[in-house]
Design a protein around this ligand. Structure first.
Ligand code: ATP
Ligand code: MG
Length: 555
């Protein structure tokens, strides 16, 4: 992954602008609406905006696009700030579109004064009906020819709260025959008698997205206003407001949204999953939210690397979630401490190991690190827990794990030979018996016994229980938003498997909430922050060890 990638189209635009002397430096912004938690799609936008500014010595603002009082909340504002910082970015200036309400109102008065805006009494339905179609022009509202004085007066009355929601709107007077529907006298202001999470009851008229966004960009001297493709058709309007007002000429550029397989990526849909208790909140580890990925154990670097790798396009596509998992694995392989955990324990008894005796062995923390990242103590004794699936009564072909008569190595410990097993009345194997070779200790093996398999284990006397949560895809189909009917019918009913009593080596009692580990042979896991505080050990599986992507990525 170290080879230099070529410039993406936005980098080319910025470089051309700088070369042409249009700008000496650039200024971008990330403008979330605080109506939900950020998801991996937003992470792409964050990495893009902050990444461009970093690369070209510019600045990036965080701006809350909080012009719709109905859906917004301070809980979302706080989570968004935490998520941007967690991803590793720090904004230059923090703004709220609502801080510009006075200025936007003044802009509206200016357009009314120039005869470029009017108060319309038509209802939302009537406005929609008279807008025409892309091939036939719209019809002028009977109120379109109101005088500047009358418009100023009525707009003042709207602001003073003299009308109810929907009774009047302020519209820009542009072109009812424009082939672009957004230019057919778009609404600038509407009445919403709702408290705003920041301005409280100061306003009862609120600017529409289009009237707020470009002007906010201009107020902040944003040079490159980057958004997703669906806003391309809004661009003429974005430019029209800026031109008519003669303000800083911010320019808008569009790129394709990130879509990911086996999930949905719209705050509206994610909110439904939360409200209908189909997940454990916005930060459920199966959610595509930044907070969900954090709780699941994904690292900021893995998300940044993923965003960098997928690049920026102008064509819609859907990215395999396996690629994101590849970057998670790649990062955790370098950093996660190795630990032994038995998810489905059965007892192994070493019959030739002295009773009431034990010894301390050493396990490397991470072979990828210098000096193996140091070592931890492993308590070894006569009774161990091993994985039930590592034993077969009658071995299959190419079976290199335990079966009567077979040799395996216990990780960081000794070679053992299986000598027998016990079953209960129901025919289930309850105990496996073996003998060990004292001269085969890891690192000083003189036994000369060839073994093909290595198994993890924990000591019965020196291990603890923990809950382990195994996650699978949240949806059963690649693109639930593209299927017929309600997207929720495609939820995977088996996306969470809870193992109530796994056996963990006792060094894990010192794990910190959010810390990642590789459970040897089992995958990467993280201690759940939500439960870490009340003494209960709950581990979330971050990602399995199996990797189907590394070949693809190295191509
Ligand atoms: P959603 O549809 O999930 O509600 P949104 O576009 O309404 O998303 P905003 O809060 O308005 O969410 O988005 C903030 C920024 O993030 C915008 O610039 C938007 O274009 C960008 N963004 C949102 N979703 C994606 C995505 N899937 N891929 C890339 N950028 C995105
Ligand atoms: Mg939006």
């Amino acid at each position: 992954m170290s080879e230099e990638r070529s410039l993406h189209f936005l980098e080319e635009i910025v470089e051309a602008d700088i070369a042409a002397g249009k700008h000496t430096t650039i200024h971008t912004r990330f403008p979330p609406e605080p109506n939900g938690y950020l998801h991996i799609g937003h992470a792409k936008s964050i990495c893009l905006n902050f990444g461009l500014a970093d690369k070209y010595g510019g600045k990036t603002n965080l701006r809350f696009d909080d012009t719709n009082p109905v859906t917004e909340d301070t809980e979302y504002v706080e989570s968004i700030m935490a998520d941007v910082r967690w991803l590793g970015f720090e904004w230059e200036e923090l703004h709220y579109a609502s801080d510009y309400f006075d200025q936007l109102h003044a802009f509206a008065l200016e357009l009314i004064g120039k005869g470029l805006a009017y108060v319309d009494d038509l209802s939302a339905e009537e406005i929609a009906e008279t807008k025409g179609t892309p091939t036939s022009p719209g019809k002028a509202s009977p109120y379109r020819s109101r005088s500047v004085e009358e418009n100023l007066h009525l707009f003042q009355e709207m602001k003073a709260g003299m009308y109810n929601d929907g009774e009047k709107v302020l519209r820009a007077k542009i072109d009812l025959a424009s082939p672009n529907m957004h230019m057919r006298d778009p609404i600038m202001y509407r009445i919403r008698k709702t408290e705003h999470h920041r301005t409280r009851d100061k306003w009862c008229i609120y600017p529409m997205y289009d009237f707020a966004h470009g002007q906010s960009d201009a107020i902040e001297n944003i040079t490159h206003s980057i958004c997703t493709l669906e806003f391309e058709v809004h661009k003429p309007l974005y430019n029209w407001y800026i031109e008519q007002l003669g303000i800083f000429p911010s320019r808008q550029f569009e790129f394709a949204r990130l879509n990911l397989t086996y999930t949905v990526m719209s705050k509206r849909k994610l909110l439904q999953l939360v409200q209908e208790n189909m997940v454990d909140g916005w930060d459920d580890p199966r959610m595509p939210t930044i907070s969900g990925m954090r709780r699941r154990g994904y690292t900021p670097a893995s998300i940044r690397n993923f965003c960098d790798r997928i690049g920026v396009q102008r064509r819609e596509n859907i990215i395999d979630v396996g690629l994101l998992e590849f970057f998670v694995r790649e990062d955790l392989n370098k950093t996660a401490l190795r630990r032994m955990v038995v998810l489905d324990p059965i007892k192994l008894i070493i019959t030739n190991y002295p009773e009431n005796s034990s010894e301390i062995l050493q396990g490397e923390n991470n072979p990828e690190l210098e000096d193996n990242g140091g070592y931890r103590d492993l308590n070894f004794g006569r009774e161990l827990w091993i994985e039930a699936e590592d034993f077969m009564e009658e071995p299959a072909k190419k079976w290199f794990r335990l079966a009567p008569g077979m040799h395996v190595r216990l990780k960081n410990a000794y070679i053992i030979k299986c000598t027998g097993f016990q079953k209960n009345g129901a025919g289930k194997v309850t105990e496996v018996l073996c003998e060990y070779y004292p001269e085969s200790k890891s690192g000083q093996d003189t036994s000369g016994i060839p073994v093909k398999g290595t198994m993890h284990w924990v000591s019965v006397a020196d291990s603890s229980t923990a809950e382990v949560r195994l996650y699978d895809r949240l949806f059963q189909v690649e693109n639930p938003s593209n299927e017929d009917g309600d997207f929720k019918t495609y939820i995977n009913p088996n996306s969470l498997e809870i193992i109530a009593e796994a056996r963990v080596e006792n060094s894990l009692l010192e794990a910190k909430g959010g810390q990642q580990f590789q459970f040897i042979r089992k995958g990467y896991f993280t201690l759940d922050n939500k439960y870490a505080t009340n003494g209960k050990l709950v581990f979330n599986r971050t990602v399995t060890l199996k990797d189907t992507w590394s070949k693809e990525v190295k191509k």
